[in-house]
Design a protein around this ligand. Sequence first.
Ligand SMILES: [Zn+2]
Length: 491
Amino acid sequence: MNLSRRRFALLSTAAATALAAPAVIRLASAQGWQGSRPKNVILMISDGAGFHTWNAASYFEFGKLGEQVYDRFPVKTLMTTYPLNTSDKPTNDQTPKVSYDPAAAWSLLPGQGDLGGEITKKKYQNYFAGYEYVKKNYTDSAAAGTALSAGIKTYNNSINFDNNGKPVKMVADFAKSAGKSTGVVSSVQISHATPAAFAAHNISRNNYAEIGREMIEDGLCDVIIGAGHPMFDNDGRYRTPAGDKAFQYVGGPDTYFKAVTGRTSYQWIETKADFEKLAKGELKLDKPKVLGVAQVHNTLQFNRSGKGMGNLNANVPDLATMSLAALNVLSKNERGFFLMIEGGAVDWAAHANDIERLIEEQVDFNRAVRAVVRWIEANGGFAENLVIVTTDHGNGMLYGPESDRFAFQPIVNRGKGQVPEVSWHYDTHTNELVPVWAAGPGAEQLLALTTKEDPHTALVGFGDIRRYHDNTDIGRLVIAAVAAEQRARAN
Ligand SMILES: [Zn+2]
């Protein structure tokens, strides 16, 4: 059926980067983009948030499901997240090595043996074959980010590199070619895998200093906001950096000193007060581009000392404030913008099997979504703004307290303000289906891409949504959305 669809290539201008573009972009319709085009595209990613992570935060915030602002979005779909292969480097082979099979993912047959945890080092028993299936062949955040930004499947560790080891164009490149502004916001380091996937190109996500240098010195994005400050520890305390490695997330010591002394194309900001002023549109900017690195090292909040919720680092903004700061800068461009906002430490809390801080991080993300939707309502509404809320993959296999005996038992709600009853079955990523919520021009095109069905997902608290598409469909959609104006002019 795909073969019978008319395919169309995205146009690129001479001003586009020299990177190889994905040759063909497929959308659902024969004509390519359908209906009106969004001026702005906002992609919000809660990193590593499987279904019950979203549900846990909703139970905590509202005592029930269905109350989040994104629950009112008109388009809801399921999405696969697996990579091309699970190699940590290019294999020069385009044959897909992994997939998603609903029957295997929900199998009630007995599982085999245990799997050792990668972070916690705990043993996780494979109580059911379905548990065992989704613990294997999972994506990392780099390949998943590349799928969402460039619309291609690739190897784990890739930041917009294909499996032949060649850089590819992604949504920020296309947005720039179309005259739009672009930005990334994250609650973890600015050069961590997910923001990097929307701002840089590198053969490996682990090359933080190279990625940070590309982001800051090449300056593709108009706004870069996140954590990764070399001069502050994870509790937001000023410190003397132990060595060059402390500077890696901001491109190394040279790039950092250039940035803070105004010798890059960005205005540097770092204090909570400045983020708050920028969020209100009250900060005077000397440069049109902003590089904001909060005064904390790895994460805004998750890696702070102590346990449980509360006692937050007081010197850093929250994700909602950072998001509004970015929107204030990007919306100055009358041609519109592309913005990626990541709740990055939801994934870190899942790796740590830390339910309290998982909820804390997901609630912070949910507040950011509410702030973005309020901004949209005041700035052209859903006629001008396409917003997609999703995750890049599951993590931790969060299920109910008796899910060792009752397969896929949902987490148990204990009411508003209470941590639900849960149990963890893993401490790293999974190959589960994940949720997508979308609103605004083009959102409905995702529905036409849901070509497959998973009959078992009634268990996950997502209503009767059963149809799913691939994560690369989001990448193709956002590229087509930002390139649409350009294509229209060229035609
Ligand atoms: Zn991730």
